[in-house]
Design a binder for this molecule. Structure first.
Ligand SMILES: Nc1ncnc2c1ncn2[C@@H]1O[C@H](COP(=O)(O)OP(=O)(O)OP(=O)(O)O)[C@@H](O)[C@H]1O
Ligand SMILES: [Mg+2]
Length: 147
């Protein structure tokens, strides 16, 4: 486990984008932390680091949203071809996610998946899931513990 403290949302975004750039595909990130801890902010950075061009918002009303990572002027930007963003906040059980076929994404070598409120669906975490635990320390400080 590693720990970082960010002093503002920009630093959290930056942490996410660095993490995104280091992804090779197949990663599953399980994010835990209360309302406003900064999960979506971190994932906006992660998505940018992966090469997602469209804006990543909270998928609360969709539960799951897929972002395609395409090419830039015909050139392939990296090994990751898609970002799957899941928000488990409203889910009652992992069954709801399983019926959406999420397990398929977990094993795709060119997709990166991130789950907000992952502690609500612990049973479906794949073995290779990496945890990101976020905690609000003060108005702008966040503790991020990750594996
Ligand atoms: N260091 C920081 N890192 C991240 N966000 C911060 C930080 N300091 C302040 N903020 C603010 O905290 C809020 C974090 O919101 P965000 O939507 O990312 O949280 P969340 O964990 O996804 O919440 P939810 O559970 O409601 O989805 C934003 O308004 C952001 O500007
Ligand atoms: Mg969020």
């Amino acid at each position: 486990m590693k720990k970082i403290i960010t002093k503002n949302e920009k630093e959290t975004f930056k942490f996410g984008s660095t993490l995104g750039k280091s992804c090779r595909g197949g990663e599953v990130f399980a994010l835990c932390g209360d309302l406003g801890a900064g999960k979506t902010k971190l994932l906006q950075g992660l998505a940018t680091g992966l090469g997602v061009k469209s804006r990543v918002n909270s998928p609360t009303f969709n539960i799951l949203k897929i972002y395609k990572i395409g090419t830039v002027r015909g050139k392939n930007t990296g090994p990751v071809k898609g970002f799957c963003h899941i928000d488990a906040y409203r889910l009652k059980s992992e069954r709801d996610l399983i019926s959406l076929g999420v397990k398929e994404f977990f094993n795709q070598p060119d997709i990166v998946t991130a789950i907000e409120w992952a502690d609500k669906v612990k049973k479906i975490w794949p073995k290779h899931a990496r945890t990101i635990k976020m905690k609000q320390l003060t108005e702008n400080k966040r503790e991020i513990i990750y594996s």
